[in-house]
Ligand binder design. Structure first.
Ligand code: PRP
Length: 183
């Protein structure tokens, strides 16, 4: 698995430090108010788990799995929800936790969905953002790192459902994704 790595972009130590900084900012923002933390699966699993253990308010954990279909989902406001949250978020403070914002389509659509469901407040925290890839303008409220337009894996991020369990964030060798993983 590690033979497929081009270079490490963000080390385990950098991730650990940044997650704690983000948690401090989030704690300051909420000032002790309870929140619903929505893990957007699968990519955010590690980041969200690491982040919420540093939060100092009551946190309800919720899990969501979605697929978006490009611009169509933005204009229609529809996402395919593969797994929905269990909680009624009416009047609640919702923190959406993502691993990466790329085109911005998933998050802009998800945020609209939670607004329609009556959340009192919606904030988004993402570990990574690739601003150069945006199709719709979207800025997270809390961002761990901005990354260049490279194929990144690890710490939850995958290629063909592999590499999620790498403890760091790395770029993948070009031949892996250009040849569908064949040598
Ligand atoms: C990734 C990521 C976001 C979405 C961002 O999920 O976790 O949900 O893509 O892309 P966008 O800004 O272009 O909409 P993915 O569909 O790869 O699923 P996964 O988390 O299960 O890997």
């Amino acid at each position: 698995m590690t033979n497929d790595i081009e270079r490490i972009l963000i080390t385990e130590e950098q991730i650990y430090k940044r997650v704690r900084e983000l948690a401090c900012d989030i704690n300051d923002y909420y000032g002790g108010k309870p929140i619903v933390a929505v893990f957007v699966l699968k990519g955010s699993a590690f980041f969200a788990s690491d982040l919420i253990r540093w939060l100092n308010m009551d946190v309800t954990m919720e899990f969501m799995s979605v697929s978006s279909y490009g611009m169509e989902s933005v204009s229609s406001g529809k996402l395919t929800i593969k797994r929905d949250i269990d909680t009624d978020i009416m009047g609640k403070h919702v923190l959406i936790i993502e691993d990466i914002i790329d085109t911005g389509i998933t998050l802009s659509t998800l945020e609209r969905l939670f607004r329609q469901r009556g959340a009192a407040d919606i904030k988004v925290v993402t570990m990574l953002s690739k601003p150069s890839r945006r199709i719709v303008p979207f800025a997270a409220d809390f961002t761990g790192f901005e990354v260049p337009d490279e194929f990144v894996v690890g710490y939850g991020l995958d290629y063909a459902d592999k590499y999620r369990n790498l403890p760091y964030i790395a770029s993948l060798k070009r031949h892996i994704y250009e040849n569908n993983g064949e040598e």
